[in-house]
Design a protein around this ligand. Structure first.
Ligand code: ANZ
Ligand code: ZN
Length: 769
């Protein structure tokens, strides 16, 4: 290929190298034999119909740079990709455009993968995972059955959150400020029978493990808040009229002396600002002083929290005060008494108790596009009080040999208003026989929440394609070798959704003995958001920029670099066309600089440029692994500008090192330059060693210690001299003044005492005379 050396021939080199990487299986890691396995995972994307926007590319690029860097550090990096295409999000879109979700999925998968190819990430395309693939959801269903066997999946009637627009229940985590996370509709409460996962059984562990995780701080804080540990006491109040007692949960046992009523939960209304209630006709007795205490029914006590009954202390609790005022209940003004904690315990009135605000995970969806819940209900067994779990007569998990329960191909897949899913209209689906007694039985017709699909996918990835993949969800040997995930990159918006569920599922599988770790992601790095015109880039804001046109016009490398240069990767940045053009021009300069050397034959390193390069290497080696990509790139820019200003050709060895620094960011261009430097001729030899498998360059420390700064000396704002100083000297004003005064050139300017001296530390001194 002959290139125009003035401009980066990005379209040509992208096509050429993507093809080569694919053909040479460069990014396919040897899962079984890898010596230094490193699982570089980025959050499972759910493709929106419009395909990827620049915000999605941002996340993938940042994660890919890290993966490429680790590979150059000698790791066998596994960087998988796939898609989470089941679920309400995908289904809603299919409904909107009037397509069958299955057909829509097929199409969007194709587009999505095509788009993903353009950014030149080192994805292992031989091991993709799609959640709607029966080979995958078979094992999602397996996870469900395991949960059931352990008593961690149960059916229960509970007030659940219902989205009238999506026509399904949602989990607490999927409700944001009272709105459905998926469609933005206002949600309502309904009392319904649903499947739940007992995530609350792990509330303590989910909290206690947090300190040992290397996760972005804000995500840990969000999880901690969501779990909501609350330490208090359970206190028993004897009933006044009859035997028995009533237990309340309180965080303020020290206010027991000021209790004036008990309140039970009645027509609980989370959003209501008006407290309502009625007297139950019953009384309890205060264990402390034998006072008679009325029991009220109120709408402000949550049925699912604590014991669902509270002790009302108007003097110290605003909510209770509101209620007491409204119904003219007594108020006792007594100071809290800290010793009561001890007294309650020693007198046997109550005991210490810890509560969590975390609720169980509502897992069933009354929708079509998901993995059918693999459960069967048998009336005959129910009557005989038999079932797969003691607490649930009649219910059996589908045996492993019968998985997957295939999602049938139906035409009436639209969600219904009557609280049951579309599958409930299909006899041929739900009619089955009991796996236990063989009697006619009925399949569950709800499907799994899509967050179940993404709660364990990291376990599947390395095992895809293994001999055991047909018979096991994940290969035990492979899993031992590759997991837990040492680096996970994704959005902080999933702090209490996906990240919490994935942790819970790992804990449960660990306790069942399926895996030997209980945290799936050792490190989690939360990236920032791409802002466009002042708002987060998203479809709903209508400010989406698709990457395709930018890739075409400026090249994938320029887009990758620009995205990473917009701001710290942890913070995100403002996407601007002018910035994009600037990066394009920068890469053009780099191209001309390095190609000049590449085309020249062997060139010796220039001493000063070589020294500057050591600084750039040092900076990149410090900053890149910390995801500080913007400062890494800034270091490259300084180096390139210095080299161009010096007007010299880069030495051949320096070009090689610099190109290695650039490789994770601009993989195509770096590969082409490397090729030009290391290969004679235009054909890629069979034994070609890609730049992406070269070791990351080391820097020469000795050259950094002695590094000098060209300190500018001005007189009345005009440069009259530059003096070479050490970094330490450069920040010392008195020392610089002395050096400047000693300079031969400066003598004629400093004949009189300067009126003023302006000193810019590390850079410049200006004598005003
Ligand atoms: C007496 C009291 C006095 C309380 C006082 C608070 C302040 P957290 O931190 O959220 O756990 N409570 C208990 N169960 C409740 C329920 N199901 N619905 C609504 N409120 C409930 O708060 C626990 C406190 O919230 C408990 O302590 C109880 O009121 C109330 F000066 O008991 B407290
Ligand atoms: Zn049966």
């Amino acid at each position: 290929m002959e290139y125009d050396n003035k401009k980066v021939p990005h379209a040509q080199i992208e096509a050429k190298w993507q093809q080569f990487w694919h053909d040479s299986k460069q990014d396919i890691v040897d899962i079984a034999h890898a010596k230094k396995p490193y699982f570089n995972l980025m959050m499972f994307p759910y493709p929106s119909a419009e395909g990827l926007h620049v915000g999605n590319m941002y996340a993938f690029t940042g994660a890919d740079i890290f993966g490429r860097y680790m590979r150059m550090q000698g790791f066998d990096v596994f960087e998988p990709i796939g898609l989470d295409g089941f679920g309400i999000h995908s289904e809603n879109f299919a409904l909107k455009i009037g397509k069958h979700p299955k057909d829509h999925a097929r199409l969007s998968e194709k587009n999505f993968y095509k788009q993903l190819h353009t950014i030149g990430a080192m994805f292992d395309w031989s091991r993709t995972v799609e959640t709607y693939n029966p080979n995958y959801y078979r094992w999602t269903q397996w996870v469900f059955t395991k949960m059931f066997e352990q008593g961690l999946a149960y059916r229960g009637k509970a007030p659940v959150t219902w989205c009238g627009s999506c026509k399904t229940v949602l989990s607490d985590e999927q409700v944001v400020d009272g709105m459905c996370e998926r469609c933005g509709n206002k949600v309502e409460k309904k009392l319904m029978e649903q499947w739940f996962f007992r995530i609350t059984a792990y509330a303590g562990k989910l909290l206690d493990n947090l300190p040992k995780l290397k996760w972005s701080g804000k995500v840990k804080v969000a999880q901690e808040k969501w779990i909501g540990k609350s330490e208090g006491m359970l206190i028993a109040f004897k009933k006044y009229q009859d035997k028995g007692s009533i237990k309340v949960f309180t965080t303020r046992p020290d206010t027991l002396n000021a209790v004036t009523f008990l309140a039970t939960s009645h027509e609980y209304d989370e959003g209501s600002t008006v407290k309502k209630g009625e007297f139950s006709g019953e009384y309890a007795v205060s264990p402390l002083d034998g006072r008679k205490i009325p029991i009220w029914k109120t709408n402000y006590v949550a049925p699912g929290y604590g014991t669902g009954i509270i002790m009302g202390v108007p003097a110290h609790d605003e909510r209770d005060m509101d209620f007491a005022r409204m119904y003219k209940l007594d108020v006792i003004k007594k100071d809290p008494d800290e010793t009561l904690w001890k007294k309650i315990e020693s007198e046997g009135w109550g005991e210490k108790h810890t509560n969590y605000h975390l609720r169980d995970w509502t897992i069933s969806r009354q929708r079509y596009w998901g993995a059918p819940i693999p459960m069967i209900y048998c009336e005959t067994c129910a009557k005989a009080n038999k079932g797969g779990h003691n607490d649930m007569p009649g219910w059996w998990a589908v045996p492993e040999k019968d998985l997957p329960v295939l999602l049938p191909d139906i035409e009436d897949y639209k969600p219904r208003d009557d609280g049951v899913g579309p599958l409930a209209k299909h006899k041929e689906f739900y009619e089955t026989t009991c796996p236990h007694c063989g009697a006619p039985a009925r399949r569950e017709t709800d499907v799994c929440d899509t967050f179940l699909d993404s709660s364990w996918y990291h376990l599947r990835y390395p095992s895809v394609g293994a001999k055991t993949a047909q018979s096991q969800p994940f290969d035990p040997e492979i899993t031992k070798k590759w997991l837990p995930v040492p680096m996970y990159t994704g959005g902080a918006e999933h702090s209490v959704l996906h990240l919490m569920y994935a942790r819970f599922v790992a804990m449960a599988l660990h306790d069942m003995g399926h895996i030997d770790f209980d945290e799936p992601y050792t490190t989690f790095f939360a990236h920032g958001l791409v802002i466009k015109d002042g708002a987060k880039m998203s479809k709903s804001k209508g400010n989406v920029v698709t990457p395709d046109a930018y890739v075409k016009k400026f090249g994938a490398d320029a887009l990758r670099m620009y995205l990473m240069f917009m701001g710290p990767f942890s913070e995100g940045g403002d996407f601007r066309d002018t910035g994009m053009e600037g990066m394009y021009r920068f890469l053009g300069r780099v191209w001309r600089l390095v190609m000049a050397s590449a085309n020249h034959g062997l060139v010796d390193n220039d001493k000063e440029i070589h020294r500057q390069l050591q600084r750039a290497i040092q900076r990149a080696t410090d900053d890149l692994p910390k995801h500080r990509y913007n400062t890494t790139i800034a270091g490259y820019m300084e180096f390139v500008n210095a080299a161009i200003d010096a007007g010299k050709m880069l030495g051949t060895d320096d070009v090689k090192d610099f190109i290695k620094l650039l490789a994770p960011f601009a993989p195509h261009m770096a590969e082409e330059v490397w090729f030009q430097l290391t290969v004679h001729g235009t054909a890629i030899p069979t034994d070609y060693r890609s730049i992406h498998t070269q070791p990351w360059p080391l820097y020469d420390k000795s050259l950094l210690v002695n590094s000098s700064i060209q300190f500018v000396v001005q007189v009345n704002g005009k440069i009259r001299e530059t003096i070479s100083v050490t970094p330490k000297q450069a920040i010392d004003q008195k020392g610089i003044e002395a050096l400047a005064e000693k300079s031969e050139k400066m003598k004629k300017y400093l004949t009189t005492r300067p009126q003023k001296i302006i000193f810019i530390s590390g850079k410049l001194i200006n004598f005003v005379v």
